[in-house]
Design a protein around this ligand. Sequence first.
Ligand SMILES: C[S@@+](CC[C@H](N)C(=O)[O-])C[C@H]1O[C@@H](n2cnc3c(N)ncnc32)[C@H](O)[C@@H]1O
Length: 244
Amino acid sequence: MTKHLDFRIVPTDDGSKSIFHPLYKTLYHSHWGALQESRHIFLQAGLNYFIENSPTLPSSEIRIFEMGFGTGLNALLSLHWAIQNNNVLRYHTIEKYPVPLHVVNDLEYFKLLQDASNSLSQDDLLRYFIQMHQAMIQSLPTVMLHPNFQFFPIHGDILSSTLPSNIDLVFYDAFAPDCQQDLWTEALLLKVYQRMNPNAILVTFCAQGAFKRRLKKVGFHVTSPSGPIGKREITRAIKPPNGF
Ligand SMILES: C[S@@+](CC[C@H](N)C(=O)[O-])C[C@H]1O[C@@H](n2cnc3c(N)ncnc32)[C@H](O)[C@@H]1O
């Protein structure tokens, strides 16, 4: 239970909010802007790159695994993307410390997302966002939020949980290695790699040299795209077509 923990909301420079983790004493996002960071790394360098470059598409759906559901911002952006682009996402995400609903209610991410097609109102976005968090808190196995977006919450610890398989895209969004070293080990990266499809992609904000060497040792092809505001580089790791 995380109800008793003090999850404090903090504004970031692009006007979007983030949370300060009461146990790890760190921010969930870059202070330069939570929304710009998530969009740049996970939507542009992740989802859009995958769609534009995957040799196996078009397939009927894209299976995502997110390490660290946190505020749910990446999940909400992905839902919004799926509906706007008319793609089907199966979104698996793991969280050890779900954020209580009274904090989630104050994040107000739904106000930041414009919908060019007018197919999604802010009320719809808020409802989907709350449903995701409720499903995570209650450890529901799956929720069909929208025909384009199925949500699979895992309320647990990545180190001891069984991870979903046949993953096309990994959003690796753990706290940084200096904060949570045990979430960046070769053994854990191998566990994730083994659940990924050939040609699947892992994206993360972390660009540390030692981390990239571990990814290569596990079998990934590693690249360093440019980062969002405040960060020179990020990491995109691709599982080879013949990866086991
Ligand atoms: C950088 S934050 C994730 C930010 C999130 N993706 C978002 O959009 O808000 C890292 C998350 O990992 C969670 N976490 C920490 N240790 C974990 C573990 N061992 N297993 C699963 N989740 C963990 C934290 O509680 C936190 O929510």
